[in-house]
Design a protein around this ligand. Structure first.
Ligand SMILES: O=c1ccn([C@H]2C[C@H](O)[C@@H](COP(=O)(O)OP(=O)(O)OP(=O)(O)O)O2)c(=O)[nH]1
Ligand SMILES: [Mg+2]
Length: 162
């Protein structure tokens, strides 16, 4: 496989160094499936069986220290969502830069009929790192006007037929 961007390789200059502790040393670190992927796959350290509609807080076996000014978002994997109805209740989950506990995933089985069976080591979610701004909230009496104004919740229309 050839990569056109030399920066786009694991551990390359495009990657941000993030300290990780493996709480479960028998499982590998999170990793990107391909160069250029935004999400690093997270694994479950335990076997999980979710009945239809059931949810579970699932350990990933890692804790991380993000640089300040970053957040890690826990996103669902689309393949598991499409094939099994597996999603994340609080998607995307927010891992704060100051959090030092174990990263966990609040999985939910949205299928109406079939249970979802996960085995230790399965890739259950993906971690997307982003820079974040923090607000300095400035209270005012009235907001500046805008073209959208307070229109929302379908104010521009819905499907073509509605
Ligand atoms: O999917 C998630 C969401 C959160 N967390 C951890 C990291 C995060 O920094 C912490 C708190 O998350 P959040 O702020 O979303 O939860 P909260 O209900 O507001 O809890 P807290 O009062 O501790 O902030 O829990 C995870 O490991 N996975
Ligand atoms: Mg919170």
């Amino acid at each position: 496989m050839s990569h056109t961007d030399p920066d786009d390789r694991p551990g390359g200059p495009a990657d941000l160094a993030v300290q990780v502790v493996r709480l479960d040393p028998d499982l590998p670190l999170p990793s990107y499936a391909h160069p250029g992927d935004a999400g690093a796959d997270l694994l479950t350290t335990v076997d999980v069986r979710l009945a239809p509609g059931e949810r579970a807080l699932v350990p990933t076996g890692i804790s991380i220290a993000l640089p300040s000014g970053y957040v890690a978002l826990v996103h669902p994997r689309s393949g598991l969502a499409a094939r099994h109805g597996l999603s994340i209740v609080n998607a995307p989950g927010t891992v704060d830069a100051g959090y030092r506990g174990e990263v966990k995933v609040l999985l939910v089985n949205l299928d109406t009929h079939k249970p979802v069976e996960l085995r230790r080591g399965d890739r259950i979610a993906q971690l997307v790192l982003q820079r974040v701004e923090r607000a300095h909230f400035v209270e005012v009496e009235a907001l500046p006007s805008s073209v959208r104004g307070s229109g929302g919740y379908g104010s521009t229309g819905g499907f073509a037929s509605t």
